[in-house]
Design a protein around this ligand. Structure first.
Ligand SMILES: C[S@@+](CC[C@H](N)C(=O)[O-])C[C@H]1O[C@@H](n2cnc3c(N)ncnc32)[C@H](O)[C@@H]1O
Length: 281
């Protein structure tokens, strides 16, 4: 049997795609070997591959452009490996920064002991579950319009022992109908309108409705028009936004919630991607 390193080198040599995506290739090899941390690849590189047929089937899918996270049904988000498949968006690193900001704001608030938190458009459940694990005494609610996404999020909630109430429905509607009141609302909504901006592999494999909205501000407008029905004051909302949305969001907030205090924070790449809104009452 070939060793991990022999396979890795051969594939990289033969395929420019694999060369450009070598981290993904290592992730596939690590999965086959049962290595938890990718950093173990170089420590174990001289081991023989444990299951060559399965690796070759993974490799064929990888070379066809399928994201490696769907192939191994796993995606890392803030130190946890979440179950993912093509029913949900693969968690993005940008969203980690949104969640770090949410954690900071919840911690610094007056109701950090048992806050009531909602994750809108919860997808695989990464945001809701990370917040519940960070604030064990919080009440966490999650909603998604996709029944498939909720099914995946429930798998993850069970995997991490996170007690979360899931609702299927449009934006805030299920919470309004259930009379739920919230201190914090977090969301990474679909905000892309121009599909040319999206990588072809993403369009081919990831759920379209998780990324694209024909009105890039559509989700935000719905939340801004409905939040009063669920808000406890002071009320805080934290959103991921597109890198070029700042001016449009500013105009929207000026019209729809003129009394809100808000800021847009740059992510690690200097892009304005995190919107936080504070409403006193
Ligand atoms: C960008 S994904 C985010 C998923 C997950 N929170 C994450 O960050 O990886 C947006 C999610 O919003 C859901 N969604 C889209 N439109 C919605 C709506 N009108 N109401 C509720 N959820 C919606 C999609 O099904 C998808 O799961």
């Amino acid at each position: 049997m070939p060793t991990l390193f022999e396979l890795y080198q051969n594939i990289i040599r033969e395929s420019p795609f694999a060369q450009a995506n070598e981290v993904a290739l290592r992730a596939l090899l690590c999965e086959i070997q049962g290595l938890i941390e990718m950093s173990d690849f170089y420590l174990k590189k001289d081991e023989e591959i444990k299951d060559l047929p399965t690796f070759l089937s993974y490799l064929a899918r990888f070379l066809n452009g399928e994201p490696y996270q769907y192939i191994i049904q796993k995606a890392r988000f803030i130190n946890r490996d979440f179950f993912v498949d093509n029913r949900v968006l693969i968690p993005r690193m940008e969203t980690e920064e949104v969640v770090y900001k949410a954690i900071e704001l919840i911690r610094d608030s007056n109701n950090s002991s048992s806050p009531s938190i909602a994750d809108l458009g919860s997808g695989s459940g990464i945001i809701a579950i990370t917040l519940k694990k960070t604030f064990p005494h919080s009440q966490v609610f999650a909603s998604d319009v996709s029944k498939d996404a909720i099914a995946v999020a429930k798998i993850n909630a069970e995997k991490f022992g996170a007690d979360i109430s899931f609702f299927r429905g449009d934006v805030l509607e299920p919470f309004i109908f259930s009379g739920i009141k919230l201190d914090f609302l977090i969301s990474n909504p679909p905000y892309i309108t121009n599909i040319q901006e999206i990588d072809s592999g993403v369009i081919k494999y990831e759920p379209y409705s998780a990324l694209v909205d024909k009105d890039e501000l559509g989700f935000y407008k719905k939340v801004f028009s409905m939040y009063k029905a669920v808000a406890k004051y002071p009320f805080t909302m934290i959103f991921e936004i597109g890198h070029d949305m700042k001016d449009k969001i500013a105009t929207l907030l000026g019209t729809m919630i003129p009394l809100a205090k808000w800021e847009i924070i740059k992510d690690i790449n200097g892009q304005e991607r995190i919107l936080s809104i504070y409403i006193e009452k």
